[in-house]
Design a protein around this ligand. Structure first.
Ligand SMILES: [Zn+2]
Length: 138
C-alpha cells in the first residue's frame, strides 16, 4: 500500500498549489518571498513557548520561518493573479490562503531592498512588471 501511494505521488513533479476559492491548479508568477519573524509574537503564533521565543529573539533581529513564504499565482478560473501565503506543513503538502497585508512586513527581501514600502506600492510594481512582459509578447 505504501509503495503504491509513493509511486502515484512521483508521477507529478509539479507542485500542487490550488486556488483557495476554486480548488483548481494555479501557476506561479513570482519567486518565493520567504518569511521571517522579527517579533516574539511571530514565534508564539507558531506554537513556540513564550520563554523560548524570547530567548531566540534576544540573540538576533530576525528568525527565518521554515516552510512559509509569499508567492504570486495566476488562477485560470478567477482570471486573476493573487498573492498567496503558503505554508509547507509536510513535504509537498501545502496550506494556501490569500496573503494577509501584515505578512508583508515579515518578508525579508522587501524590508532590505525597499526600506519598508507600503504593500500597495510593492504589489503595484510587481504587477506592472508582469503586464509589460505580457504585452511585449503580443
Ligand atoms: Zn480561483
Amino acid at each position: 500500500m505504501q509503495a503504491r501511494s509513493t509511486r502515484n505521488r512521483k508521477r507529478s513533479k509539479r507542485r500542487q498549489i490550488f486556488c483557495p476559492s476554486h480548488g483548481c491548479l494555479v501557476d506561479s508568477t513570482s519567486p518565493k518571498y520567504p518569511l521571517y519573524a522579527d517579533q516574539v509574537e511571530h514565534l508564539k503564533q507558531r506554537g513556540v513557548g513564550n520563554k523560548t521565543a524570547r530567548l531566540v529573539m534576544a540573540n538576533r533581529t530576525t528568525v527565518s520561518l521554515k516552510g512559509e513564504w509569499l508567492e504570486q499565482f495566476w488562477c485560470p478560473e478567477c482570471q486573476n493573479k493573487y498573492w498567496y501565503y503558503i505554508q509547507e506543513t509536510t513535504p509537498r503538502c501545502y496550506t494556501v490562503s490569500l496573503a494577509p497585508v501584515n505578512l508583508w512586513q515579515q518578508v525579508q527581501g522587501v524590508i532590505l531592498a525597499q526600506g519598508n514600502p507600503s504593500v500597495g506600492e510593492f504589489t503595484r510594481r510587481q504587477s506592472k512588471g508582469v503586464v509589460y512582459r505580457g504585452l511585449s509578447d503580443v
